[in-house]
Design a protein around this ligand. Structure first.
Ligand code: PEP
Ligand code: MG
Length: 325
């Protein structure tokens, strides 16, 4: 099997009916970087910058952050990398950052919320990213966006950092793209407004599913209870991909489900053409995509989601479809 995936490594993922699927990988530490080459991923769709902070004993300094991002960019060469700004707080605690005890950490003071309230921290990270990307493309993605004003405020911070760099004679990135995670359900009804503020979006299906089903992804009593391959969740994912296409907004999905071949098949059927997953999943998902007729799976999903009276279990019906293919 491993050898079979190896043979596919340099081939583009194209479905039997000619749909090009972009397969990216998720990363966060230097040990992940060799997988970029090995897996044949077309870039890093989600770089979780908080991991560097979580393994450190104290706050990484500006120079340390810049050097780290520079190493990642070097390793990726021409391939695109999407750096997500710090998603800390909640259950991702930093021993050296004082936060209050929270009743519901997942819904608490985390990610961009913490970043906007502690702008010194966020600005230092933005500065490190901008400096490391001097003269090349930089893609920055904002986690846990819940309302549009958070995007506007973060963009202002970014503009100020760029102004600062220019005034001090630093070279800035040749291209800067800003994106938002779609992982809080409130974003489903703000996609139109969001599309005017960002250059791309990425669906964080792990958090989106946790919040849509009100079930803590880290609590084993409930984490596996509701299937992502269910009508309500798939309809939400479809709404996102369709709104993004209408607004001409590039969309990726970077939650764990992208790395599960059956779920990735469903995502292709819903219209997703860019998926970011763990490096180990790139080969298996590529093999699935190349064996797939995207038109047929989209027809199957459509009837499962739209035909009144079709109450087949979605997972079972999709698994049957996959076997028949
Ligand atoms: C997600 O929520 O789906 C996601 C990709 O981000 P994380 O797992 O880091 O929360
Ligand atoms: Mg998330």
């Amino acid at each position: 099997r491993q050898e079979q995936y190896q043979l596919l490594r340099d081939k583009p993922a194209v479905t039997r009916d000619g749909q090009r699927i972009r397969l990216l990988m998720n990363a966060g530490l230097l040990v992940d970087l060799p997988h970029l080459e090995e897996s044949g991923a077309e870039g890093i769709g989600l770089f979780r910058t908080e991991l560097q902070f979580m393994i450190a004993e104290r706050m990484p300094k500006l120079g340390e952050q810049r050097a780290f991002y520079g190493t990642v960019m070097e390793a990726a060469g021409e391939l695109p990398i999407t750096f997500r700004t710090l998603d800390i707080g909640g259950d991702k605690v930093l021993p050296y950052l004082r936060t209050a005890q929270e009743e519901n950490p997942a819904m608490g003071w985390r990610a961009i919320r913490l970043g906007l309230d502690r702008p010194g921290l966020l600005r230092m990270q933005l500065r490190a990213l901008l400096q490391a990307a001097a003269g090349r493309q930089l893609r920055i993605m904002l986690p846990m966006i819940t309302d549009l004003w958070e995007v506007r405020e973060t963009r202002e911070l970014i503009d100020r950092e760029i102004g600062h760099l220019k005034r001090h004679g630093h070279e800035i990135p040749s291209e800067l793209l800003i994106g938002a995670m779609i992982e809080v359900p409130s974003m489903l009804w703000q996609l139109d407004g969001l599309s005017k503020l960002v250059d791309f979006v990425s669906v964080g299906s792990n958090d989106l599913h946790q919040f849509m089903t009100a079930s803590d992804r880290g609590n084993i009593m409930v984490a596996g209870r509701f299937d992502p391959l269910s009508r309500p969740f798939l309809r939400a994912l479809r709404q996102i991909v369709e709104a993004a296409k209408k607004a001409d907004l590039p969309v990726t999905l970077c939650g764990e489900m992208a790395g599960n071949p059956l779920m990735a098949m469903a995502l292709i059927g819903l219209g997703y053409r860019s998926l970011s997953m763990s490096a180990a999943a790139v080969g298996p998902v590529k093999a699935m995509a190349m064996a797939l007729d995207a038109g047929k799976v989209s027809e199957t999903i459509r009837s499962l989601l739209d035909d009144q009276g079709n109450e087949d279990g979605v997972r079972t019906a999709l698994a049957d479809f996959a076997v028949a293919e």
